[in-house]
Design a binder for this molecule. Structure first.
Ligand SMILES: *[C@@H]1O[C@H](CO)[C@@H](O)[C@H](O)[C@H]1NC(C)=O
Ligand SMILES: *[C@@H]1O[C@H](CO)[C@@H](O)[C@H](O)[C@H]1NC(C)=O
Length: 309
């Protein structure tokens, strides 16, 4: 009984001190060493489209073969994604639908068993056999299990309106890089956001399921104007906003996918993580992303990917 109380108090303290939570409990993330981090800084964000894929860092988190969440490879072990994919809400089934009416209430975190039912898919453009057979340029998918997830619990304790929607997935087997599978670059601490941005993922397009990866062009929206009567706060320090460039918007299944910009050398950097959109995913509305540069110290501390600091 006393032990249970102590454990509970420790948990409360951890939550108050905004320590990220790791699922399963007691697991630690693998930290890469300085040599590997330095090597990543030289090789990240480069694509070889003649021999490989256009978005080699994009992953799909599958649940019984269906895309549920996007993510982005940052090291042989680590994938950046959104925290809301690993929290179960009691009043908040679809993050793209109910947000404007009510803020979220947590039911529970995902369990080890929930993680075991998911697969990380990468290396190919098409996530199921049907789309693979319809002339997919890069049909071959690799699959990996989730060893652990670290998530910023302030997202959930803040009722999903105070930001902090970020998480790190560690895969069970280290990812081997080739022309189809590559890590993206982390931003600098004061990274300027470019006007032209892209999210690549397997989310719905105009409400329809899409089993093929698509790059959705977006434009940076520094003012972050969220439509009435949407109640999302606009002044959260880790928010970053973007709007569709040509009426194709993000929707269910794009959550967690990276918001990416390209520099003059065509190297790609992840600047945001897809967090919220408006109900019904209207074609011209703002999407809110978690700004990655705010969490570089946490990412470095837990993964060893430290080159951008
Ligand atoms: C760093 O990690 C890599 C990959 O695990 C390993 O091959 C290398 O020997 C390590 N280097 C040092 C200096 O520990
Ligand atoms: C970057 O990519 C664009 C479009 O694919 C290409 O036209 C341009 O030459 C590339 N620039 C460099 C520096 O490789």
């Amino acid at each position: 009984m006393l032990l249970k109380l102590v454990v509970f108090l420790v948990k409360v303290k951890l939550i108050l001190a905004s320590t990220p939570i790791i699922i399963p409990e007691g697991e630690d993330l693998t930290r890469i060493n300085a040599t590997t981090s330095e090597w990543l800084s030289r090789t990240c964000g480069i694509t070889d489209e003649r021999n490989g894929r256009r978005y080699p860092w994009a992953v799909s988190i599958l649940y019984f073969g269906e895309n549920k969440l996007g993510g982005t490879i940052i090291s042989p072990y680590h994938i950046l994604t959104a925290a809301h994919g690993f929290v179960k809400f009691s009043n908040y089934m679809y993050i793209y639908e109910t947000f404007s009416r009510t803020s979220c209430v947590i039911w529970r975190l995902r369990t080890k068993k929930d993680l075991d039912l998911r697969m990380v898919a990468y290396g190919g453009d098409c996530i199921n056999e049907e789309s693979q057979s319809q002339g997919c340029a890069h049909p071959h998918m690799m699959f990996n299990r989730i060893k652990a997830v670290l998530l910023d619990f302030d997202f959930a304790t803040g009722h999903c309106v105070n930001g902090h929607d970020w998480a790190i997935i560690e895969v069970e087997n280290p990812i081997k890089f080739d022309a189809n599978i590559r890590p993206i670059c982390l931003p600098k601490p004061m990274q300027e956001i470019e006007t032209k941005l892209t999210v690549a993922g397997w989310g719905r397009i105009f409400g329809r399921k899409d089993n093929r990866i698509r790059g959705i062009p977006l434009k940076y929206a520094p003012k972050c104007l969220i439509p009435f009567p949407d109640t999302r706060p606009k002044n959260v320090p880790d928010y970053l906003c973007a709007k569709p460039l040509n009426y194709v918007n993000l929707c269910h299944g794009h959550s967690g996918a990276g918001l990416v910009q390209s520099d003059s050398q065509n190297r790609s950097t992840i600047v945001g993580l897809t967090s919220f959109g408006s109900k019904g995913c209207p074609a011209d509305e703002t999407t809110v992303f978690t700004k990655v540069s705010i969490y570089l110290h946490e990412i470095c501390y837990f993964t060893g990917v430290c080159y951008s600091l």
